[in-house]
Design a protein around this ligand. Structure first.
Ligand SMILES: Cc1cc2nc3c(=O)[nH]c(=O)nc-3n(C[C@H](O)[C@H](O)[C@H](O)COP(=O)(O)O)c2cc1C
Ligand code: SF4
Ligand code: SF4
Length: 257
């Protein structure tokens, strides 16, 4: 059973590849959150996996919210439990943060893996999508990395195989709490009315159903996961986050990359 969350498609791609290679089933966390259906049952011998993006050197908060509420029947001491987090660069202390959240639910994290994928964070000064060459390199390397991770999962390896990066304590313990408090609000989102055509793509791609169209323009509803799917999928580049995103690149995962 693989629970996944994704904004711009990187983690969805990784989860799909793992499900295929491990012959496992996928469960979209965004659907669970919206339907408030948190009850699941493991089949005998089935493992439990979580695939999600790294946000500010920790697990995407939406995944932690899900874990707080989920109830999985059929977990035994033999159940193999793992996480795979996609990131642009490094994941800081995502593993201990995630392990702690799972422990509260009676689960022990045994396998932890990161997969570097194209960066999608563009909402602050100094952060942008990867240059073309870097993006291509990451996408080229991903299938082999995912196959390696799938093999380790199939072997039920107890291992931590992630890129933590430099200054992980400062990033995960100081910057992350600040980021969650001040940089995850959907209030700065707006659509440039000269560019927006009212096509509704942002409404369609938001995994949290957090956008409604009013008079043909998007309005954000205050339950945002900060996944940036809306920003990156807008075909007119009309969506901005405050003043920081106007000149930044856009990215979402495409199968043909
Ligand atoms: C709010 C936010 C914060 C991010 N923080 C980090 C980070 O701390 N470290 C990192 O390497 N990448 C970071 N990223 C980049 C994403 O983790 C990366 O692009 C990921 O693969 C996106 O996954 P998705 O396409 O499944 O949404 C961040 C992205 C967002 C939107
Ligand atoms: S996707 Fe872009 S152009 Fe389409 S409605 Fe949303 S903001 Fe407007
Ligand atoms: S409003 Fe945009 S950033 Fe927020 S959850 Fe929806 S798609 Fe993601």
């Amino acid at each position: 059973m693989i629970f996944w969350f994704s904004g711009t498609g990187n983690s969805h791609y990784v989860a799909q590849q793992l499900a295929e290679q491990l012959n496992d089933r996928l469960i979209a966390v965004s659907d669970a959150l919206l339907s408030q259906n948190y009850d699941y049952a493991l089949q005998q011998g089935e493992s439990i996996g979580f695939v999600f993006p790294t946000y500010s050197w920790g697990p995407a908060p939406v995944m932690l919210d899900f874990i707080k509420n989920m109830k999985v029947a059929g977990v035994t001491s033999a159940t193999y439990c793992y996480m795979v987090t996609t990131c642009g660069d490094d994941v800081g202390l995502s593993v201990p943060i995630f392990a702690k959240a799972l422990r509260k639910q009676g689960l022990t994290l045994q396998g932890a893996f990161s997969v570097q994928m194209p960066n999608n964070y563009i909402c602050m000064k100094g952060f942008d999508v990867d240059p073309d060459q870097v993006r291509q390199q990451k996408l080229h390397a991903a299938p082999e990395r995912i196959a390696h991770v799938a093999m380790r999962i199939a072997e039920h390896r107890c291992t931590t195989d992630v890129v933590t990066g430099k200054w992980r304590w400062a990033k995960s313990r100081f910057i992350r709490p600040w980021f969650k408090r001040y940089a995850m609000s959907d209030k700065p989102f707006h659509a440039d009315s000269a560019a927006c055509t009212g096509c509704g793509k942002c409404v369609e791609t938001c995994p949290m159903h957090n956008i409604k169209l009013h008079d043909g323009r998007p309005v954000w509803q205050g339950r945002c996961a900060m996944c940036l799917a809306c920003v990156h999928h807008c075909p007119m580049r009309a969506i901005q986050y405050g003043k920081q995103t106007q000149d930044k690149g856009r990215y979402y995962f495409k199968k043909t990359n």
